[in-house]
Ligand binder design. Structure first.
Ligand code: FES
Length: 115
């Protein structure tokens, strides 16, 4: 266990997330989108675009970024920051893979997506 992140919650199997796709994890704090890039790297962000709250899980993944389906902002999956001329950030969640299972930090989930 990592003290900074506290308990880790098992949220599903790596194979359940399609490449260049996303899977939603519903929590009491809101939905989390777990993305898998074409190269197999996984990312977890709150499923809420920093522009006007669009569902990033429904966006198009390219490289390590996702384009929001509502107004086409491009959000970095690595940082949660909007790219280009747009300004804003969605909170990223720590993620680890253990024995083919995806785990997210319970502490960070409890802290919620922020503003
Ligand atoms: S809500 Fe995502 S770009 Fe507008």
């Amino acid at each position: 266990m990592n003290a900074m992140f506290g308990e880790w919650l098992d949220v599903g199997c790596v194979d359940e997330v399609p490449a260049r796709g996303a899977r939603i994890v519903a929590t009491g704090q809101g939905n989390i989108a777990v993305f898998k890039a074409a190269d197999g790297v996984l990312f977890a962000l709150w499923d809420r675009c920093p522009h006007r709250g669009g569902p990033l899980s429904q966006g198009i993944i390219h490289g390590h970024a996702v384009t929001c389906p509502l107004h086409n902002w491009v959000i970095s999956l690595e940082t949660g920051n909007a790219q280009g001329a747009d300004a804003g950030c969605v909170r990223k969640l720590p993620l680890k893979v253990d024995d083919g299972r995806i785990h997210l930090s319970a502490n960070v989930i409890a802290a919620g997506p922020g503003k």
